[in-house]
Design a protein around this ligand. Structure first.
Ligand code: HEC
Ligand code: HEC
Ligand code: HEC
Ligand code: HEC
Ligand code: HEC
Ligand code: HEC
Length: 472
C-alpha cells in the first residue's frame, strides 16, 4: 500500500510541475485564434475575411496550394517583403504582381514563422467555413495546417513514456529495497519479483491509469484554454482613442483615467465625464477633426454649438441629435475650408453616420448612454485578479503586464494572461518586504531578514502559488 501512495504523490508532483510551464508548450504554437487577431489587425483592410472574394488584394483561400511548388520559406518571405521577391523574379511573386499591380502589399518584416502559420491556419479555417458552410471547423486542420497540434501531442506522448519508465524504475528500486531490508532483518526474503510481476502489480497499473487520466485531462483542458486566450488581440473601438496621443505624447498618467487600479480589483475604463475634463475645451483633433471627439459629446449629451450639457437628453429623438451634430460639423468644416464646397456634404454625411453607428449596437439601440468600449483583457470567471494588490501593494508597473501602452495607437493584449504567466512572475518577483506595512505579520521572515538568514522574500513565499488565492 505504501508503494502506491508514494507513487501517487510522485505523480501529483510531476503534474503540478507541468501546470506552470503550460504556457511554454502553447505559446509558440500556431493557432487559429492568433491568426484571426493578426488578420484583423494587419490584413483585413485589403483581404476579404471570407477568403473567397477579392478586395483590394486577392482572395487568400487556397494560398497554400498555389505556393505548393515552392519551399515553405518562400511564402514566409512573401509576407515579410513581397516587393523584394517580385524584384528577385520569383515566379509566383511575378505572376501575382502582373495581375495586381500597381497595388502593393504592405511588408510585414516582424511576422514570425509561427505567426504566419497561425495566419495560414485562420485563412484555411475561414475558407473551409465559407465554401462548405455545413462542415464545422474540424476540417480546418486539413492540409499543412495540422502541424501545430501534432507536435504538441508528441510532447505529451513522450512525457507519458517517461512517466511510465520512471514508474517501472521506481517500482524496481522499491522492490529491491524491500528485498534487502528483509534480508538484513535476518528474515528469509520472498523471491525477488520479476519485471513482469512488477509491471502487472496493482501499484503500477493504478499509476499508469492515473497518469493517463491526468495527461488526457491536461491536454484537453490546455487546448480548450488556448481557445479563450487572446494574446495580441486588438479590436477596433467605437472611438479612435489613442493611448499614444494621450499617455505618450501628452504624458497623461495612466491612473488619471484608470483610477481604480490603485484602490480596487478593476482598473476601470474611464467614463465620458473624465474625457470631458479636457474635451470641453479640445473640441477638434488634429487627426480626425470633429469626427471622433463629437462621439464623446453625442454619448454624454453635450451640445458643442452652445457649449452646454443638454437637459432631458435621454428623451431626444435621433433626428434631434442629428440636427445638432450636422450643424456642428458643417460649421467647423466651413470655418476650416472657407465655405460649403462640393466635398462638404459628403464629409458631414460620413461623420454623422460614424457617430450614429459607433454609439449604437444590438444591445444599446440608441446613441445616448455610455460608450461601449470593446473589452480586451478578460480572465475566465474561475480566476481572480486584483489590480490594487499588484499596483498599490506589489508596486508592479502597468507596463510589466500590459507592455508599452503609451506607444500603442490601438491597445493590444501584450501578455498571455495564462496561469503559467502569473505563476512564473510570482516565483521570480521579490516583494518589497521590509518597507511595506502590508507584510508586518510575517514575523518569521522579518526575523530571518534581520538575522541575515535570508535576503529576500518572493511572492511564492507569501502564498502566491496557493490555488485558492487565484481561484474562487
Ligand atoms: C495594402 C493592402 C494589403 C495588405 C494590408 C495585405 N495584403 Fe496581401 N496582398 C495584397 C495585394 C495587392 C496582393 C497581390 C500581389 C501584389 O500586388 O503585390 C497580395 C497578395 C497576398 C498573398 C498572395 C496570395 C496568392 O494567391 O498567392 C498572400 C498570401 C497575402 N497577400 C497575405 C497577406 C497577409 C497574411 C496579410 C496580413 C499580414 C496581407 N496579405 C496584408 C495587398 C495587401
Ligand atoms: C485619457 C484617458 C486614458 C489614459 C491617460 C490611459 N488610458 Fe488606458 N484606456 C482608456 C480608454 C478610454 C480605454 C478603452 C479604449 C481602448 O481600449 O483604447 C483604455 C483601455 C486600456 C486598456 C485595455 C482595457 C481592456 O479592455 O482590457 C489597458 C490595459 C490600458 N488602457 C492601460 C493603460 C495604461 C497602462 C496607461 C498609462 C500608460 C493608460 N491606459 C492611460 C483611457 C486612458
Ligand atoms: C487630460 C486631458 C485629456 C483627457 C482626459 C482626454 N483627452 Fe483626448 N485628447 C487630449 C489632447 C491634448 C488631444 C490632442 C488634440 C489634438 O489632436 O490636437 C486629445 C485627442 C483626442 C482624440 C483625437 C482627436 C483627433 O482628431 O486627433 C480623441 C478621439 C480623443 N482625444 C478622445 C478622448 C476620449 C474618448 C477621452 C476619454 C476616455 C479623452 N480623449 C480624454 C486630451 C485629453
Ligand atoms: C500584474 C499584472 C498587471 C499589472 C501590474 C496591471 N495590470 Fe491591468 N490587467 C491585468 C490583468 C490580468 C487584467 C485582466 C483582468 C480580468 O480580466 O479580470 C487587466 C485588465 C486591465 C484593464 C481592463 C479593465 C479591468 O480592470 O479589468 C485595464 C484598463 C487595465 N488592466 C489597466 C491597468 C493599469 C492602468 C495598470 C497600472 C496602473 C495596470 N493595469 C496594471 C494585469 C495587470
Ligand atoms: C509581473 C509580475 C506579476 C504577474 C504577471 C502576476 N503577479 Fe500576482 N503578484 C505579484 C506581486 C509582486 C505580488 C505581491 C503583492 C502582494 O504582496 O500581494 C502579487 C500578489 C498576488 C496575489 C496575492 C498573494 C498573497 O499571498 O497575498 C494574488 C492572488 C495574485 N498576485 C494573483 C495573480 C494572478 C491571478 C495573476 C495572473 C492573472 C498574477 N497575479 C500575475 C506579481 C505578479
Ligand atoms: C497566481 C495565480 C494562480 C495560482 C496560484 C493558481 N492558478 Fe490556476 N489559473 C490561474 C489563471 C489566471 C488561470 C486562467 C488561465 C487562462 O485563462 O488560460 C488559471 C487556470 C487554471 C486551470 C485551467 C487550466 C489552465 O492551465 O489554464 C486549472 C485546472 C487551474 N488553474 C488549477 C490550479 C491549481 C490546481 C492550482 C494550485 C496548484 C492553481 N491553479 C493555482 C491563476 C492561478
Amino acid at each position: 500500500m505504501c508503494n502506491i501512495n508514494r507513487l501517487l504523490i510522485f505523480a501529483l508532483g510531476l503534474f503540478l510541475m507541468l501546470l506552470a510551464p503550460s504556457d511554454a508548450f502553447s505559446q509558440d504554437e500556431p493557432s487559429i485564434e492568433e491568426g484571426k487577431a493578426l488578420f484583423r489587425n494587419q490584413c483585413a483592410s485589403c483581404h476579404n475575411r471570407n477568403m473567397k472574394d477579392n478586395l483590394t488584394g486577392p482572395a487568400l483561400g487556397g494560398t497554400e496550394e498555389r505556393w505548393a511548388d515552392y519551399p515553405r520559406e518562400d511564402l514566409y518571405r512573401w509576407m515579410r517583403n513581397s516587393q523584394a521577391m517580385i524584384a528577385d523574379g520569383h515566379p509566383r511573386a511575378v505572376e501575382l504582381w502582373n495581375e495586381w499591380q500597381p497595388t502593393i502589399m504592405n511588408a510585414f518584416p516582424n511576422l514570425t514563422d509561427n505567426q504566419i502559420e497561425s495566419l495560414l491556419l485562420y485563412i484555411n479555417d475561414q475558407y473551409t467555413k465559407s465554401t462548405q458552410p455545413s462542415e464545422t471547423s474540424v476540417a480546418g486542420g486539413a492540409g499543412a495546417g495540422g502541424e501545430g497540434p501534432r507536435t504538441s501531442n508528441t510532447i505529451y506522448f513522450i512525457l507519458l513514456g517517461v512517466l511510465a519508465l520512471l514508474a517501472v524504475v521506481l517500482a524496481r528500486i522499491l522492490s529491491n529495497l524491500e528485498y534487502l531490508s528483509e534480508k538484513a532483518d535476518g528474515k528469509e526474503p520472498k523471491a525477488q519479483r520479476t519485471l513482469l510481476e512488477i509491471l502487472t502489480s496493482k501499484g503500477v497499473i493504478a499509476f499508469v491509469l492515473f497518469a493517463l487520466i491526468v495527461l488526457g485531462g491536461f491536454t484537453t483542458v490546455n487546448n480548450a484554454i488556448n481557445l479563450g486566450r487572446q494574446q495580441g488581440y486588438a479590436p477596433d473601438q467605437p472611438i479612435k482613442f489613442s493611448h499614444e496621443t494621450h499617455a505618450g505624447l501628452h504624458g497623461i498618467e495612466c491612473q488619471y483615467c484608470h483610477d481604480g487600479a490603485r484602490r480596487s480589483k478593476s482598473a476601470v475604463i474611464p467614463a465620458a465625464n473624465t474625457c470631458m475634463n479636457c474635451h470641453k475645451a479640445i473640441k477638434k483633433g488634429s487627426q480626425y477633426g470633429t469626427a471622433e471627439i463629437s462621439k464623446i459629446y453625442a454619448s454624454i449629451g453635450y451640445d458643442p454649438n452652445t457649449d452646454r450639457y443638454i437637459d432631458d437628453y435621454e428623451n431626444y429623438t435621433e433626428e434631434q441629435i442629428e440636427e445638432i451634430f450636422r450643424e456642428w460639423i458643417t460649421e467647423q468644416y466651413m470655418a476650416d475650408e472657407g465655405g460649403f464646397d462640393e466635398k462638404a456634404q459628403r464629409v458631414v454625411d460620413e461623420q454623422w453616420e460614424g457617430i450614429k453607428t459607433s454609439l449604437t449596437n444590438e444591445v444599446k439601440k440608441k446613441i445616448q448612454g455610455p460608450i461601449e468600449w470593446v473589452r480586451i483583457h478578460n480572465l475566465p470567471d474561475h480566476a481572480y485578479f486584483n489590480h490594487a494588490q499588484h499596483v498599490a501593494v506589489g508596486e508592479v508597473e502597468c507596463q510589466t503586464c500590459h507592455g508599452k501602452i503609451e506607444e500603442m495607437e490601438v491597445v493590444r493584449q501584450y501578455s498571455t494572461l495564462g496561469m503559467g504567466w502569473c505563476i512564473n512572475c510570482h516565483r521570480q518577483t521579490e516583494v518589497k518586504f521590509t518597507d511595506n506595512e502590508y507584510y508586518q505579520n510575517y514575523e518569521r521572515y522579518h526575523e530571518e531578514i534581520k538575522s541575515g538568514k535570508r535576503d529576500k522574500v518572493t511572492v511564492e513565499e507569501i502564498g502566491g502559488l496557493e490555488c485558492q488565492k487565484c481561484h474562487y
